[in-house]
Unconditional design. Structure first.
Length: 584
């Protein structure tokens, strides 16, 4: 089942915000020394941060949950109260809650308090349920304890954050817990190690990915697919440097608006150079290399360009958040009259690529002009209409975030839904009026005048690293045949059959099939189990009978034991299945 999202459900917001207050009340009843700080709802639940001298344990969480049930059974009303800042200060001082004093200092009057009956209250803006009895104890779970710096600043005290989740029904809770168990089973960091696909080598620095042979083989396959799809769609491929003079990033605006996410500049011969956090300015310079006529537009550039961004070590997460990654970047330079067709073309290409990798369920968001923007109203209206028209032509449902666009243009964001219902932000299509003006881009119009082209940024995977992590988790490492790093493994049941298996494997490798021979010398049962452990799609047993009859005894993950097939038949079926992206 697709679980409801807190960001879309007012009911879940109220449930989770109320549950967080009930949890904080329970904690302070059981642990009177605990000081409360902040306790918001989040996408999958809620949390509260506490300053407590001793670490909360698993048994403490169980005790807190029991106390929460007692509080819920008391059917305490949730009462909203407005007070002056002076009154709030007086009450907080009486409670001796230093963190609440800091929170209060940043609030504007009137101050709102939420009470649970007459027994407990906290500073809060809401929303909440009207009574704690509306909470279903069987739909609440306290999940874990983690460390968290006060206000996220490592110079501040370390607090204890208790995470919980709350739902409308026990069935929703069970579905969520099942999804969590599945997410753990599919964790790309664990599977990346078990399947020997990649590693993060701390000796080389955190957040930098090492692609191992099998992972590199898959990456090459993905890259080649991407390049061929783009060439068929009229893109020209680029390769650009990994760094540039710092002045380029000042011209582009990245130095002013993106500096915190950039590595420090490198000084070379008294000149400052910057590792690129984006590919965009490089594509702009390529366009600018000579003057273009309107007849040449649209010009479409695509690049698998590696960029580098500074991320704090605490935010790094496997392949999902790294410091060096390869964007599947694309930029289209076009006439105003071409924007609509180009946006539709990008959506078509996005759908083709994502569906070929198994993703066909999307959540689409359209962000429109904010209060502060660059560019003319007419061009904004044209670009926004083009985005909407393209989505309508695709018959894609979308949510409109009015005013949520960047100052330099409206955009479409596409999230893909994976096998267990999670959404992942991948594709982005962004219309840009800013960079062409900053760099003085031009084309010669039909009337001979010089005009500024419209620039469209777009990425489909987002980044190869992150998309690869999503692929691993979506398939739980059990990749479809066409994408698997090893498509077939030969299992010789004795040393005397190895040469026969190697001869077939060598011929198939020359045909582009990804096959290998298990040389371990294990018994057949162990050979099969080993293949299943690393999720080999097809295994071919080779023994005396198979060598004599020029056959292979075939087993697949999907169909089980297929029996003896001729070598030629296995070859033809394998080639056809890979070509058609089907199972064997």
């Amino acid at each position: 089942m697709h679980l409801p999202r807190t960001s879309e459900s007012e009911t879940l917001k109220r449930i989770r915000h109320t549950a967080s207050h009930v949890m904080a009340m329970a904690v302070q009843k059981l642990f009177p020394q605990a000081k409360v700080t902040l306790g918001p709802w989040i996408e999958d639940g809620f949390y509260y941060d506490f300053d407590h001298p001793e670490s909360f344990t698993e048994s403490d969480l169980k005790a807190i949950k029991k106390e929460m049930v007692k509080i819920i059974k008391k059917k305490l009303p949730v009462i909203r109260e407005e007070v002056t800042k002076a009154e709030a200060l007086k009450r907080i001082q009486a409670l001796n809650e230093p963190y609440k004093l800091e929170i209060l200092a940043g609030l504007e009057a009137p101050i709102t308090l939420y009470h649970l009956g007459e027994q407990w209250w906290d500073l809060c803006a809401g929303p909440h349920l009207e009574n704690v009895a509306e909470l279903n104890p069987d739909a609440i779970e306290l999940e874990s304890v983690a460390g968290a710096y006060w206000r996220g600043d490592e110079r501040n005290p370390m607090l204890q954050r208790i995470y919980g989740t709350a739902w409308e029904t026990p069935e929703q809770l069970e579905a969520y817990l099942h999804q969590k168990r599945e997410a753990l089973r599919r964790d790309h960091r664990r599977l990346g190690q078990e399947l020997d696909l990649f590693s993060i080598q701390e000796q080389a620095g955190g957040g930098l990915v090492f692609w191992h042979p099998k992972g590199a083989r898959m990456r090459l396959l993905i890259e080649n697919y991407w390049r061929e799809a783009h060439l068929r769609s009229g893109y020209e491929l680029l390769y650009t440097p990994h760094l540039a003079h710092l002045d380029l990033w000042k011209t582009s605006g990245h130095f002013d608006f993106y500096r915190e996410s950039m590595f420090e500049a490198i000084t070379v011969e008294s000149q400052e150079y910057q590792l690129k956090p984006m590919n965009c300015p490089f594509h702009v310079l390529t366009y600018q290399n000579h003057l273009h006529s309107y007849r040449e537009l649209p010009i479409r550039y695509g690049e698998l360009g590696t960029v580098y961004r500074y991320e704090r070590s605490g935010t790094l997460h496997g392949l999902m958040r790294v410091r060096g990654f390869t964007q599947d970047d694309g930029h289209v330079f076009c006439l105003p009259t071409q924007v609509a067709d180009e946006i539709l073309g990008v959506l078509n290409l996005t759908e083709q690529i994502l569906s070929d990798f198994g993703f066909r369920d999307y959540e689409v968001n359209l962000s429109t002009r904010p209060d502060k923007f660059v560019g003319e109203d007419q061009v904004w209206e044209l670009a926004t209409h083009a985005l909407k028209n393209a989505l309508d032509t695709k018959d894609w449902a979308y949510k409109e975030d009015v005013g949520g666009g960047a100052f330099y243009g409206p955009k479409i964001d596409i999230k893909i839904r994976d096998a267990i219902g999670r959404l992942w932000q991948c594709s982005t299509i962004q219309v840009d009026f800013n960079l062409p003006q900053r760099f003085g881009l031009e084309y010669v119009a039909a009337d001979g005048s010089r005009q500024v082209p419209i620039m469209i940024h777009r990425a489909i995977f987002g980044s190869l690293e992150r998309f690869f992590g999503i692929l691993i988790e979506n398939y739980a490492g059990d990749f479809p045949l066409w994408l698997a790093p090893v498509q077939l493994r030969f299992l010789p049941v004795g040393e005397q059959y190895v040469t026969y298996a190697q001869e077939i494997a060598s011929n198939w490798q020359k045909m582009g099939l990804r096959v290998e021979v298990d040389m371990s010398g294990e018994r057949l049962g162990k050979l099969i189990r080993n293949g299943e452990m690393v999720k080999i799609p097809v295994m071919a047993i080779v023994g005396a009978k198979e060598m004599e009859t020029q056959t292979l005894s075939v087993r697949t993950r999907q169909g089980g034991d297929l029996g003896a097939l001729s070598v030629l038949e296995v070859q033809e079926r394998l080639v056809q299945a890979v070509h058609q992206r089907q199972d064997f």
